[in-house]
Design a protein. Sequence first.
Length: 255
Amino acid sequence: MKDVIKSYEEYIKDHSYSLNESNSTVDIPNTVEFIDNNEYSHMPIYQLDLSKNTKLTEIRIEAFSGCGIVELKLPSSIDKIYNRAFVHNNIKHLDISNCINLNEIEYSVFSDNRIEDLKLPNNIYIIYDYAFEENQIKKLDLSNCKKLSIIRDSAFSRNMIKELNLSGCDNLITICGNAFAENTIRDIKFPSVLKTIEETAFYKNQIESLDLSNYTKLKRIRDNAFAENPLNEIKILDNINVDYYNYTDYKDDLW
């Protein structure tokens, strides 16, 4: 372990950064504009406070993956966080609502953490695949994300979400496959503009009553979108194209 720490210290020294081993923090100069691929990957960091790094605009692929980060603060100057930048950490509370230049949440950026509550900036327009998969989010309110147009595959799968509010997402037309699969969702508020719910999007939740009768723009629901829910009531408009396959596994499933 000493050899690993020593190699990291030498690397940090070469790049004019400083490692505080006593409290597992890292000080990054305010002049830094980007953090490169894998730059701090698997380096032991408990607290990462970048809020004063006002010139920092990019955090690249796996830059802080597997570090054990619990507390994270980002500067408002951030406009790009690349794939898996913070994957495999222990972040509990994530508030990046100050990152007003951030438009996309990339592939698996915050997957496999311990996030319980999440706040995103208003101008996010796409959340990519696995972005927040395998966390502990209990209540998710994205109603402030007015520009959000698509939630990609498994973006929020395998969390603990009970309440989901998408009602204010005025541009959200597609929810992709497995996007919210394997949660504990009971209550959902959809946006009025929603057009497509892809396959297994809400698979294996706790939805008992599903009322889609007011969503007049909803045109297609793909196969098993709401499979393995304890449904006892479904309300849906006649003009919606619902894909249905009589899988043996779901023969007793109301959906």
